[in-house]
Design a protein around this ligand. Structure first.
Ligand code: ADP
Ligand code: TRP
Length: 325
């Protein structure tokens, strides 16, 4: 079973990315042959600053490793280190109906938020399809907002197979964790880098505290029961598993919301403890990785080599099926 997923290096990792996608991806690295990559070609659709892009790629590589990505168990690489994907993307684009891309939400959402409406942004799902199909992937762990793109990938693969031969490309399946399909942000909307409502994994404590204390709540008085429906604060508690020695978990919070008697400020302080405890081991691992920059370079170089060894024959298969080689 081959598992593949990518993350764009377009800003710091947040807990929506972690619980929505990364945690499941990290678990899957022990269950099959996992390919995880940093989607830097994709990020060019929103970042036109070479220095910033390079820095983001490096930060994301370190974050991934700090979160538990094991480069001896999976292939970890930078998308642009396997330029074969750009060629496959072009070939796929020639069978991709315009209507399929016109239906994609992400283009509309992003242009509505002010990202320039470039051809790259419009064609981005085709590049994502190439990412997935180039490695004959079976399973693609992603958050709910990426589900449509995996469906588009399947449609493109079907078109290719109809045109150039059954079995040419493998049809992937999305893998979405329903419990954490959409992690809410500080303002109650979907947590997203573009909404400036994130809780970052590796935020400094004072900033983290400020953000958590700023989670949007209503004006229910301390002594009254609090509405559990639609509370971003309570939803965020859900992400952190109960631990022996800490009774202030989701169950506690839910019951105390219903009973009343505790103010939002205290719920927020307890949530801050949950967040810092949970990510403490990741933080210390991150500090070790940062201290050894050559390690990150080595991991990405080895990953690129392994990824390319898989990608080349697949691209060759496609080139030959379409009449290019
Ligand atoms: P962002 O919206 O912050 O730009 P990305 O689009 O880069 O995040 O998403 C990277 C991965 O994290 C994707 O698989 C996406 O589905 C997942 N993800 C992002 N935000 C959330 C969220 N709030 N809840 C669940 N999953 C998320
Ligand atoms: N489009 C994804 C995102 O914004 C990142 C991505 C690019 C991806 N290629 C992929 C995810 C292939 C899964 C598989 O989050």
């Amino acid at each position: 079973m081959r598992i593949l997923s990518g993350l764009q290096p377009s800003g710091r990792l947040h807990i929506g990315n972690y619980f929505g996608m990364m945690e499941a991806a990290l678990r899957l690295q022990h269950e099959g042959e996992a390919f995880y990559f940093i989607a830097d070609y994709h990020s060019l659709t929103s970042i036109h600053d070479a220095k910033a892009l390079r820095q983001n790629v490096r930060d994301l590589a370190i974050d991934f490793l700090a979160c538990g990505l094991d480069p001896t168990k999976c292939v970890f690489f930078r998308q642009s280190d396997v330029p074969e994907v750009a060629e496959l993307s072009w070939i796929l684009s020639t069978v991709t109906p315009m209507g399929l891309l016109e239906r994609c939400h992400s283009y509309k959402d992003k242009t509505a938020r002010g990202i320039a409406a470039s051809h790259g942004l419009f064609a981005y799902p085709v590049l994502m399809a190439a990412d997935i199909l180039l490695y004959d992937s079976d399973i693609v762990p992603v958050g709910k907002d990426q589900k449509q793109h995996v469906e588009v990938t399947r449609d493109i693969a079907i078109k290719m197979n109809e045109a150039f031969g059954e079995g040419l490309l493998k049809l992937p399946q999305p893998r979405i964790r329903e419990e954490t399909a959409v992690v809410p942000g500080l303002d109650g909307q979907k947590m997203s880098k573009s909404y400036d409502n994130t809780i970052q994994l590796f935020e400094e404590l004072p900033a983290l505290k400020k953000k958590i204390m700023g989670i949007k709540t209503d004006s229910t008085p301390v002594e009254s029961p609090k509405p559990t429906e639609g509370s971003a604060l309570l939803e965020l508690y859900k992400l952190f598993p109960a631990k022996p020695g800490n009774k202030f978990d989701y169950e506690w919070a839910r019951i105390m919301f219903e009973n009343g008697g505790i103010g939002y400020g205290e719920f927020k302080k307890r949530l801050l403890d949950l967040v810092t405890d949970y990510f403490a081991p990741f933080r210390s691992r991150r500090a070790e990785i940062v201290a050894d920059p050559a390690y990150v370079d080595r991991v990405l170089a080895e990953g690129a080599e392994k990824a390319r060894a898989v990608a080349r024959p697949v691209l060759q298969r496609v080139r030959s099926a379409v009449g290019l080689g």
